[in-house]
Design a protein around this ligand. Structure first.
Ligand code: ADP
Ligand code: MG
Length: 140
């Protein structure tokens, strides 16, 4: 199977606790390769745009406030079946339901401050990658 790409964010709860390396190590050990990475402070406009699919959800305002509360690390990950591979190592949205060996089981603080984002489909991965990266910033 050919390598595919997905989009990841190391969220503010994880950067605050200096877990960028620890989270990235788990991604790499799961067979994913970081082919683009940058540490940014998201603007409110970026966070609202990125999470627009959730704007009717009751947690939307809190989620946006959380995502702009500190730096994040946006990454493009490459690997075999990258979207599913990343979702598997991330673990369930609510860390209380996350399996052993997953990033959220190891590090998430709550259902909101859950350390990582990962695209949920190939189509969304392409959209999310293009939201944060120019093609020449991705080096496979
Ligand atoms: P995932 O990140 O696992 O794909 P969703 O796409 O459903 O989960 O939600 C996006 C993000 O919104 C979650 O990662 C989490 O930070 C936040 N979130 C989801 N559900 C809740 C909730 N019930 N209460 C607070 N925050 C939530
Ligand atoms: Mg999601």
């Amino acid at each position: 199977m050919a390598a595919t790409r997905t989009f990841s964010i190391i969220k503010p709860d994880a950067t605050r606790r200096n877990l960028t390396g620890a989270v990235t190590k788990m991604l790499e050990e799961a067979g994913l390769r970081v082919v683009a990475s940058k540490r940014i402070r998201m603007s409110r406009q970026q966070a609202e745009g990125f999470y627009a699919v959730h704007k009717e959800r009751p947690f939307f305002e809190d989620l946006v406030a959380f995502m702009i509360s500190g730096p994040v690390v946006v990454q493009v990950l490459e690997g075999e079946d990258a979207v599913a591979r990343n979702r598997k190592v991330m673990g369930a949205t609510n860390p209380a339901n996350a399996d052993e060996g997953t990033i959220r089981k190891a590090y998430a603080e709550s259902i909101e401050a859950n350390s990582v984002h990962g695209s949920d489909s190939e189509e969304n991965a392409a959209t999310e990658i293009a939201f944060f990266f120019k093609p020449d910033e991705i080096v496979g």
